[in-house]
Design a protein around this ligand. Structure first.
Ligand SMILES: [Zn+2]
Length: 355
């Protein structure tokens, strides 16, 4: 297990080292193509784009979209935020491919929640990478791409919940009130977390009041705690030696809690302002830990799926699995509508400020 984590960390470290060569790639582009402008300091971008304790490495706003795409190969303070999730996606797919290779391809309805989990993680990584890559284009783009990022997070939360329900939950937990309303509850809270984050982002301007954090954190935390409840129940009631997947579940919770800490607090940059502008600030650590959370979840789900796949349809029934799978795109579309509506209301608010 530790070997697996070390292997991932080594891959990420090697990828970080490649950044040293990146500016040369941008400089070698044909001169007819627009190329990204050099990065600037915090005082040279509007306050919306400034991050606490990050003093340099900002990309100037209002460049050509193509320049932001090319900034993938430029060293700036969002580089690792983009690359951490861009690299996590193929890693996840490789692990998926290798597990299926070992298990033998056995496609039936019992594998659907696992497929939705992978799809949800890829959607989340994609939305997050796009958000961090293009958010500096303009204020409008900043809001829009981060609303889409919240859609990705809500969809990923529901993908995890499906995996926890169909592969991890115990009969005693499923008979409880949590188990009976779990799928409806996690879908509803996923929508609420997307709504809360979009509302908080569009309604409050800097300096941000406490209500903004409350709008973001309460629905997202409730969605997480309900979503993880089958795992916690199993961790508390079953011997970890009997079920090796529980070690990976414990690891996914640990990675997630650490990631939540780095998401909420600007550590380590708050102690050394300006020293972690390009590499090592809290949001980057949050991204890496979130990727490790997903990889641990995948390992746990595959172990549980391999052990239980013959019984999953008998336990849950085909109709419940299909219902859960249909609810996934319904939730994704609902969150998308929330994001589009928030964008429209944000545009109206901005127009009101200008007028
Ligand atoms: Zn992010």
């Amino acid at each position: 297990m530790s070997g697996f984590v070390l292997q991932r960390l080594t891959t990420i470290t090697v990828s970080v080292k490649q950044f040293g060569r990146i500016p040369n790639l941008v400089q070698r582009l044909p001169s007819s193509l627009p190329s990204p402008k050099p990065t600037v300091s915090a005082s040279q971008v509007p306050s919306l784009f400034r991050e606490p304790y990050i003093l340099t490495g900002y990309r100037p706003i209002h460049q050509n979209w193509y320049c932001y795409l090319l900034s993938l190969f430029q060293k700036h303070n969002e580089s690792l935020n983009v690359w951490s999730h861009l690299l996590a996606a193929p890693l996840l797919l490789l692990r998926w491919w290798s597990h299926f290779g070992n298990l033998g391809y056995h496609l039936d309805i019992s594998v659907l929640p696992l497929c939705l989990f992978i799809v949800s993680a890829l959607i989340c990584y994609f939305c997050s990478s796009v958000a961090h890559l293009f958010q500096s284009h303009s204020e409008h783009a900043h809001y829009y791409v981060f609303f889409m990022d919240y859609v990705g997070v809500a969809v990923y939360q529901y993908g995890c919940a499906l995996g926890h329900y169909f592969y991890t939950s115990a009969p005693g937990w499923r008979a409880s009130i949590f188990g009976q309303y779990f799928l409806h509850g996690t879908a509803f809270l996923g929508l609420m977390s997307s709504l809360g984050c979009c509302l908080a982002k569009s309604r409050y301007r800097k300096p941000y009041p406490l209500q903004r954090k409350i709008c973001q954190i309460i629905p997202s935390s409730l969605a997480y705690f309900l979503g993880i409840s089958p795992v916690v129940h199993r961790l508390l009631t079953v011997s970890w030696e009997e079920e090796p997947s529980l070690n990976m579940h414990a690891l996914q919770i640990l990675f997630f809690l650490c990631s939540a800490l780095f998401f909420s607090c600007p550590i380590p940059e708050c102690f050394f302002p300006g020293k972690f502008d390009i590499f090592g600030h809290g949001h980057q650590i949050f991204h890496v830990l979130l990727s490790l959370t997903t990889l641990s979840q995948l390992e746990a789900f595959f172990q549980e799926y391999a052990r239980n796949r013959e019984n999953i349809v008998d336990i849950f029934g085909e109709s419940q699995i299909w219902w859960a799978c249909v609810s996934f795109p319904v939730l994704a579309i609902s969150c998308l509508l929330v994001a589009v509506t928030s964008m429209k209301s944000n545009d109206k608010n901005s127009l009101g400020v200008i007028l």
